[in-house]
Write a protein that binds this ligand. Sequence first.
Ligand code: C2E
Ligand code: CA
Ligand code: CA
Length: 714
Amino acid sequence: MQKDVLVSTILHNGVKPLKKSDLVSDALCCMDKNSISSVVITDENNSPIGIFTERDTLKIVSSAIDCNTQLSEVMTKNVFCIDAGTYIHDAYILMEQHEYRHIVVVNKKNEYMGVITEGDFLRHMGFEDAANVKLVKDNMNKSILTITPKTSLVKAAQLMTQKKCDYAVVMSGTKPQSVIHERDITKFLSNHSNIHEASIEEVNHHRMYVIKKDASLKEASEMMSQHGVHQLVVVDAADVLVGLISRHDLLKAMHRSYFDYLYKTIEAKVQREKELLLHKEELEKLANYDQLTKLPNRLFFLTYLKKSVARMIRNKQKVAVVLFGLDRFKDINDSYGHNIGDEVLYIITQRLLKRVREGDFLSRLGGDEFALILENIDSANDVSMVLREMLSAISAVAELSNGVELHIEASAGVTIAPNDSTDVRELLQYADSALNDAKKSHKGYFSYYTNEMTQKAQEKVTFENALHNSIKNGELELYYQPQVYIQTGKIISAEALIRWNHPEKGLVSPNVFIPIAEESGLINSIGEWVIHEACRQGKIWEDAGYNLTIAVNVSASQIKYQNIPKIVQQAIQESGYSASKLEIELTESSLMQREENVVEMLHLLRAKEIRLAIDDFGTGYSSLSYLKRFPIDVLKIDKSFIDELPHDQDDAAITVAVIEMSKALGYQVLAEGVENEEQLAFLKQKGCTMYQGYIKSKPLPAQEFEALLRACLV
Ligand code: C2E
Ligand code: CA
Ligand code: CA
């Protein structure tokens, strides 16, 4: 479906609305004459007040209502209207969600403009390739209402109303003979007065059009428009009735293929990115690989490590850098010559490769030095286990081509990023000093970069103690960063970001202390404080007349161990802040943990009118399909996708796809970390809802934020 078409462009008007004093017979006549499936009833201001559809016709027949009844008594009131400026895609989603078959379109003054039906959508959708491969049998309706020619009209109308079918198949024995549609009944009703004696036979109905179940949706659509019908009878190879396919089924299938299309676009981007990387690697192979062992060389190692560290920081994970060195290698080279030395290196490589797991990165830095990168490390224990295995694998006896049996032994030094450092050269240095330490102490063993680790461990204990006291010492503070509605430039919400005024270190970033708080369980009390404080401040601003939503970050471990809905409830009650002005930000990964409970928690929050946002969206975009399960209001595109906009084609494509998808799913979308006008212009043009970033303001203390709010109002 074209995404940027407005409802007004597909609207067919021309049929005059009726008034509430008009009669049912007037409506029937109007529908029959114009071959339309509904009429709208308007008041003296031309505003819609009701609708009368073919479905209501069935009611007239089945409940024996007089055709001289005024429309005001039988019409469906509370008509659902949309603005003519709505995108047809959004309109379709609304129609589908509410299971409407007609939507009444109005202008800004709520004046009647026309009606759109499923048929209008279908005409504007355009069949993509998908429709050629989708089959009738997979999209048809298998539970069909069947009647016989002798069934009375009243009975048929009752059955159709009961089963919510707008058509029934008339059978002659076991064979389908014809189809009767709501419209046929409307027509009959508008031309006959005595309907109670009538049987289906007497109703002049459409010829039946039959399609085989293995036909494509495209063929079905063509057949429908060729014959001007809304449904086809589906038969199998032996012409036995197996189902019915309607325009409604086609529309649903096509809309699904629009989603498939979006998913595919995203997948293709990811795939292309991968292929580009492979191609690049191919080119760089010569420069990047060690000739002897065919392992990545030092240069490649350093580039890879840099990326790996960045990736791990982004994922809040650790990476271990291990440096292996062979004991006595110099002796081997000196005593047996370089050829034997090379042979030893080759054997070691094979032994190491056998132990390397998928995702590990092994390289030869030069001489007898091998380096290994282990990602996603949870604890030093993980590394120790891997290393013990590797070192014992290396140290087996090797039989060399000159007949000599050599007992080879290796040692290893380990350093962990980002704990020890995030700088690759520093990491390599640390691993090297750990390796020297290992070689000195026990041959065949490994050491961690201990000095640093001990020091860090000590620091951590002190730090944790200080953090523990931070709440009662009043050292925690919330800063607020504005979130701006892109179309108007107005500040509509603020993200609350925690700061710690450390008595000695000054302002400490949450990136530093939140992970420590999580590890030590302190996050529970800190998280609770944050929610209470945000609501307290929110209430002050609410009372001062600012219309502002406040977003609060909730971490994965908080979800796991805390009763968030309860804490939120308490904070709301205590502060008197409006629940609908509080937003909770959760990361994608925290939604993935213990999913059922999370879904339940989100629904509990939603029931309290709390808004929900997905933070840092983008790293796991394959999971977009998951999102449909969660009641989400806002999707926040991670800063890393925004940074290189609009120049990075892949980031741009992904951002656009996420915006499109969010719209399709009915979410608002917020771009994080917008720093310049170029990015902003791009996002605005692509229809992003909101943004947040230094271009508007850094996070500010409450008072300064309020000053900014005031300044923006002027
Ligand atoms: P986040 O939720 O992704 O927050 C956005 C971070 O990006 C903030 O860093 C913000 O200052 C920064 N930022 C915003 N706009 C820009 C920009 O234009 N350029 C750049 N370079 N950065 C920008 P901050 O405040 O240091 O927070 C870091 C992270 O700490 C947050 O990431 C969030 O994960 C966590 N955090 C902060 N407050 C809390 C809290 O109260 N509870 C929990 N559980 N986590 C929190
Ligand atoms: Ca956030
Ligand atoms: Ca974020």
